[in-house]
Write a protein that binds this ligand. Structure first.
Ligand SMILES: [Zn+2]
Length: 259
């Protein structure tokens, strides 16, 4: 059966002398892996469409087992992502999260939209570190973790001062701080940001300019939840950490301003 699907290449690995095995996250069918025969031959029409991060339209023959990528048409090569080290590093992490937390042939509209918006935003030079926070917070639910972010996880209060509790996996109010002595205090602004990352589409927020310390702090919270609750090891994080510790590798692009 032939299918025409729109999607993004989230993994592309060489197979044999001249083939590639590509994993796409498609709008119509979710995650799909297909064999791209001859894709490594320089003159193959499949060279461009099997590149990592490519957004395109793909013609896939599907039988039992792995499908075959017959044809593809590039809609956006995500050129900036491929050329910018920081953008590439964060996008690699984003596609790895999507790949690791989703199953083959399982369609989730929210995941496709998130991935599509994240890559487009980074390709449009939005801060990739802020974009990755949207993906990290939103993909928790896909991994089966439902953080409580709309009220106190313990007493349901919506007013007061708040902390993030790794035990409750969500916010707890000042009346309940005693229930988790390892909770992390957060400011009203940080609370608002976490809610935004978890619930508001990237396309409705636009380019967020955040202080480095704010991003680092919110990243540490969400990654702790991943590590403690899911125990998934993301291999692309090592490269990101390396970039963080050698910031001179990265050009200074923006002057952060924030309330
Ligand atoms: Zn409470």
């Amino acid at each position: 059966m032939m299918n025409k699907w729109e999607g993004i290449v989230i993994r592309s690995i060489p197979y044999g002398e001249s083939n590639s095995i590509v994993t796409l996250y498609t709008r119509e069918a979710g995650k799909v892996t297909a064999m791209a025969r001859g894709a490594k031959k320089p003159r193959s029409k499949l060279v461009a469409v099997t590149q990592l991060f490519t957004y395109g339209s793909f013609l896939i023959r599907k039988g039992r087992g792995m499908g075959t990528l017959e044809q593809g048409e590039q809609i956006n090569s995500m050129r900036f992502i491929r050329e910018d080290l920081e953008a590439m590093a964060y996008t690699s992490y984003i596609v790895e999260i999507v790949d690791r937390l989703t199953e083959e042939n399982e369609r989730r509209q929210g995941v496709y939209t998130l991935l599509y918006e994240a890559l487009n935003a980074i390709n449009e030079h939005y801060d990739p570190e802020a974009i990755s926070l949207f993906v990290e917070w939103k993909m928790l639910v896909v991994g089966g973790i439902h953080p409580i972010l709309h009220e106190c996880a313990n007493c349901h209060a919506t007013e007061g001062e708040f902390a993030f509790s790794f035990r409750a996996i969500g916010f707890i109010c000042h009346r309940c701080f005693h229930t988790d002595k390892y909770s992390v205090r957060i400011t009203p602004n940080q609370l608002k940001l976490i809610r935004t990352f978890a619930t508001v589409p990237i396309s409705s927020v636009g380019d967020l300019t955040l202080k480095k310390e704010t991003k680092t702090f919110l990243k540490r919270i969400v990654r702790t939840v991943y590590d403690e609750q899911l125990g998934v090891y993301f291999k692309t994080r090592a490269f990101l950490d390396q970039l963080e510790t050698t910031p001179n590798l990265l050009p200074i692009k923006r002057a952060p301003k924030e309330e």
